[in-house]
Ligand binder design. Structure first.
Ligand SMILES: NC(=O)C1=CN([C@@H]2O[C@H](COP(=O)(O)OP(=O)(O)OC[C@H]3O[C@@H](n4cnc5c(N)ncnc54)[C@H](OP(=O)(O)O)[C@@H]3O)[C@@H](O)[C@H]2O)C=CC1
Ligand SMILES: O=C(O)C1=N[C@H](C(=O)O)C[C@H](O)C1
Length: 233
């Protein structure tokens, strides 16, 4: 399979190695300064860039009739525009805040726990995410997805980085050293706490998941999620 890498930073480089190990060919490594030359020859594009470049990268892929897997976070305010463009161009699209198998299992656990905890007013939910100091966005896309998972399965209606008011989930975003990504969901009462936590040891899981998603998406038309790729309910 021919892959266009849109973004060739920390993630782009791990994705390149895993894609080559799985027998794929890289036809474009797009960074801030070069062009999209080669994009139209790709079977699939993988965007792991920066929040300000994601919309251009995803649009360029749809315009070149190349399905795109996007892992870039911090551009959610343009999500509906990209869905509209995908539909207009009859494109293929998977966007996820986190492509790792472990985090996608964790998403399911989080939703299940939220449903149970919604019956018990004495517990209050908070979240914490810890990432490396180079990260541009806060909170992480994964923390936003976790908050959405709680909101869709409980009476909570919003998340905030500030002090939480009633119905809000407080997210604390910490930036420490080279931490690849740690997410904790905590339910606290006066009596006890229940905590679930996912710790990434490195970037392998994110990158492998993105390559598996790209293999799955190539040749398909439509808007999909990692639940489709991993066959999770
Ligand atoms: N969904 C998931 O599973 C995961 C998502 N992420 C997200 O992926 C993104 C990338 O992360 P990471 O690799 O660590 O970040 P890096 O900062 O290491 O890499 C970003 C890359 O994007 C490039 N870039 C800048 N402008 C453009 C542009 N206009 N077109 C194409 N590329 C451009 C940069 O190029 P240059 O070097 O020239 O500046 C750089 O190579 C982040 O949003 C992060 O949150 C990260 C891990 C997992
Ligand atoms: O920037 C990162 O590194 C990561 N970003 C994603 C996010 O914002 O959730 C996923 C992962 O946690 C690493």
């Amino acid at each position: 399979m021919k892959i266009a890498l849109l973004g060739y930073g920390k993630m782009g480089k791990v994705i390149e190695r895993i894609a080559l190990e799985r027998g794929h060919e890289i036809v474009l490594k797009k960074d801030e300064f070069n062009t999209y030359d080669g994009l139209s020859t790709a079977d699939v594009a993988i965007d792991f860039s920066v929040p300000s470049a994601a919309v251009d990268n995803i649009s360029a892929s749809f315009n070149a009739n190349v399905p795109v897997v996007s892992g870039t976070t911090g551009w959610l305010e343009h999500y509906d525009e990209m869905i509209a463009l995908c539909n207009e161009k009859k494109g293929g699209f998977i966007s996820s805040s986190n492509f790792s198998l472990g985090v996608n299992i964790f998403f399911g656990l989080n939703e299940y726990l939220a449903k149970i905890m919604n019956q018990f007013d004495s517990y209050k939910v908070t979240m914490e995410e810890i990432h490396h100091i180079h990260k541009l966005d806060a909170p992480s896309g994964t923390a936003i997805s976790l908050a959405q998972g709680v909101i869709q399965n409980s009476d909570y209606s919003n998340w905030t980085l500030d002090e939480a008011k009633k119905g809000e989930i407080h997210i604390e975003a910490k930036r420490i050293g080279e931490v690849p990504g740690t997410h904790t969901v905590n339910y606290d009462s006066a009596i006890d706490s229940i905590e679930i936590k996912h710790t990434a040891h490195n970037r392998e899981g994110f990158a492998l998941g993105a390559v598996i998603a790209a293999e799955w998406l190539a040749g398909k038309q439509g808007i999909f999620t990692m639940k489709d790729v991993l066959n999770l309910q």
